[in-house]
Ligand binder design. Sequence first.
Ligand SMILES: Cc1ncc(COP(=O)(O)O)c(C=O)c1O
Length: 360
Amino acid sequence: MGELVNEQYKDLIVYVPGKPVSETERELGISGCIKLASNENPLGPSPKALAAVADYMRQGHEYPDGGAFYLKQRIAAFHDISSENLITTNGTNELIEMLIRTTMLADENMIYGGYSFIIYKLCAMAANRQVRTVPFKDMRIDLEAMAAAVDDKTKLIFLDNPNNPCGTYFTKDEFDRFLAAIPDDVVVVYDEAYCHYVDADDYPKGFDYLNQRERFVLMRTFSKAYGLAGFRIGYGVGNKALIGYVNKGRQPFNCNSIGQVAALAALDDQEHVDNSVRMNKSEMLRLMSAYDALGLGYQPSQTNFLLVDFKKDVMEVYDKLLRQGVIVRPMAGYGLKTSARVSIGTPEENDKLLNAIPNI
Ligand SMILES: Cc1ncc(COP(=O)(O)O)c(C=O)c1O
């Protein structure tokens, strides 16, 4: 018999999601667990989105609008761009996969930063494409080393700014210098998943680059500040030709109806985003002071999480926090053996975390 699967699937590293909170509670025999492991919005979805979804439910027998017509129209108006420059996807996870599939030839490589969003690498590996991993420098994306890693077979570069899991960012000056060094035929993908939380003045805004570089794709998601991670809506913005090609390979109903309805309503609820960002900032400052007092290390962050150095085996820390009903994301798999990524929760959730830490 011939091979059952593609060769690359045999050694494929898979993304390991956390267990459902209810299952963790059942296993540990506790209740009231809090999850600070997935950088979700602790205030939940926008109330406007929830109302729109509830209203929509009775149309659940209908297929989604395959062209996401109203959502694309609304996003385009929101950013003052044309719908032709826009593609909506099943979260940005799907867009990452689509960009790799659409643009990369068999012998081409993709470059990403060693501590960046791991899905870039996993999607390229699943597509049997070469990946070049450029280590971070001082817990930041090393743009100079990335530019140096480009060769004539480089097709894609993924940059998450700010990045996950470190929470650090690169500046506009650094980005401008980097882009000037990148050959025109390389597609630069700029992932702004956490941009709503950024308050640094020198942060490079993705929309400013769309007219500067032909092969540039900006990625945004409704999963973070909009609080719609479960509804699975992300989008990409880029030049019409490239977006047109990506669209050609899209599943006809890639964005589910409920997600479309929720995202559409969420764009009319700036107040919810503002409240979410405000609470995130004040709680992050409070947590940073508490971590200082506890002698823990952390990276300055422009996101809704902190990469915390507990200065001891993080798997042990993870386990001891879990037993107290607090779920964090250990980063041992990234080689950060004493660090965990801890999302910023509500004031009550953060109190629970801070009460649990001394017991580890
Ligand atoms: C940097 C980054 N990009 C993209 C995503 C994917 O988001 P989604 O697929 O929910 O849009 C995440 C999620 O955690 C992320 O951290």
